[in-house]
Write a protein that binds this ligand. Structure first.
Ligand SMILES: NC(=O)c1ccc[n+]([C@@H]2O[C@H](COP(=O)([O-])OP(=O)(O)OC[C@H]3O[C@@H](n4cnc5c(N)ncnc54)[C@H](O)[C@@H]3O)[C@@H](O)[C@H]2O)c1
Length: 327
């Protein structure tokens, strides 16, 4: 298949591109490299550098290749920044996403896989969180993703665009070649690994008085290779069944911040300095996915679920990329 991957130079996109290429698909990556890296694009994929706000650029890319499907990873995705400066979030996650969908429809491309997020659920009423849980995001980032899911439903009803929305919980880990290199880094596992690597002094822990066994927040970490697998299954499902749907993707098991710190200490054999800080607004105590629907309908079977496995892969990648993709 010929697949356009928007955001394929970013963290999760780069691993999905790698897996698509390894399965023999032709991949064109569209990325403005604002957060991604040229070196993160698999050498057998074609990179078109440009921005989703540039409709003429998108028209050129779609005119050059007849795509079978689009995967859309591009987003502004820093939760805190989305609160302090929401305009670029609405601009990038909605307006630019509309440009991408409009251009695909112009060119008769009707299969779309979208990177959605657990953030659209907000503070969960109960855990684990399944697809039918109340969606009440607590920040603009989550609101843009929820709105875009609704937009995709409308495009199905009106234009027959078939989409799969994959709501990731916390992506983590690395493949052999591609890993996480964000600036700024806001994700817990790479932050703790930076402390282990001597690139950062300490880890701030926001809140130790939550109603969890050790008082710190509990999250569901899913290996990026398992996420990539879900994308490939979603694509097969779209091509085979031609119906739209949404799936929560997680391990179904939560780990507290202190458990993640302990796991990093064990994997790296280094002591991690921590500092307790007050809770952050809008941080739910526990976020754990119910992913039975993806297992049943997509036949998704995540196999890299242990925290040790996830952290070991990320640590190995960091060890081989001391300065991230610049190293
Ligand atoms: N990382 C996670 O744990 C997580 C969890 C839930 C959802 N998500 C979603 O998954 C997707 C991928 O996440 P990630 O961590 O790989 O992010 P990332 O920032 O590493 O990747 C996004 C890529 O999109 C590119 N991009 C952004 N805006 C663009 C634009 N207007 N035009 C062209 N390129 C653009 C960036 O340069 C980057 O390479 C995002 O949509 C994010 O909201 C991520």
């Amino acid at each position: 298949m010929k697949i356009l991957v928007a955001g394929g130079a970013g963290y999760i996109g780069s691993v999905c591109v790698e897996q698509l290429v390894e399965r023999g698909h032709d991949v064109v990556v569209v990325d403005n490299l604002s957060r991604g890296h040229r070196q993160a694009v698999h050498p057998d994929a074609w990179l078109e550098i440009g921005d989703l706000s540039d409709v003429a650029f998108l028209q050129r890319v779609f005119s050059a290749t007849k795509f079978d499907a689009v995967m859309h990873f591009c987003a502004a995705s820093l939760v805190g920044e989305s609160v302090s400066d929401p305009l670029p979030y609405y601009g990038n996650n909605l307006t630019n996403g509309f440009n991408l969908v409009r251009t695909m429809l112009d060119h008769g491309v009707k299969h779309f896989v979208f990177s959605s997020t657990a953030a659209l659920f907000g503070e969960p009423r109960s855990v684990p969180i399944d697809e039918s849980a109340i969606k009440d995001p607590t920040n603009p980032y989550g609101r843009t993703k929820l709105f875009f899911e609704g937009f995709l439903n409308d495009c199905d009803a009106a234009y027959g665009l078939k989409s799969i929305c994959l709501r990731y919980f916390n992506a983590a880990g690395a493949s052999e070649k591609f890993g996480e290199d964000h600036d700024p880094e806001t994700h817990l596992i790479p932050i703790i690994l930076q402390v282990a690597a001597g690139q950062r002094e300490k880890v701030m822990i926001f809140g130790d008085d939550y109603a969890t066994p050790d008082g710190t927040c509990v999250r569901d970490y899913i290996h990026v290779l398992d996420l990539a697998e879900a994308h490939i299954l979603a694509l097969d499902y779209l091509r085979g069944e031609n119906i739209s749907d949404q799936f929560n993707l997680g391990n179904g098991k939560g780990y507290s911040v202190l458990e993640v710190v302990a796991a990093v200490e064990s994997v790296t054999d280094r002591e991690i300095l921590i500092q307790m800080a007050p809770r952050r607004r809008g941080d739910p105590a526990v976020l754990v996915a119910a992913s039975e629907k993806a297992r049943e309908i997509l036949s998704w079977n995540p196999t890299r679920g242990s925290l040790k496995q996830i952290i070991t892969s990320a640590w190995q990648w960091m060890d081989n990329h001391r300065a991230g993709y610049q190293g």
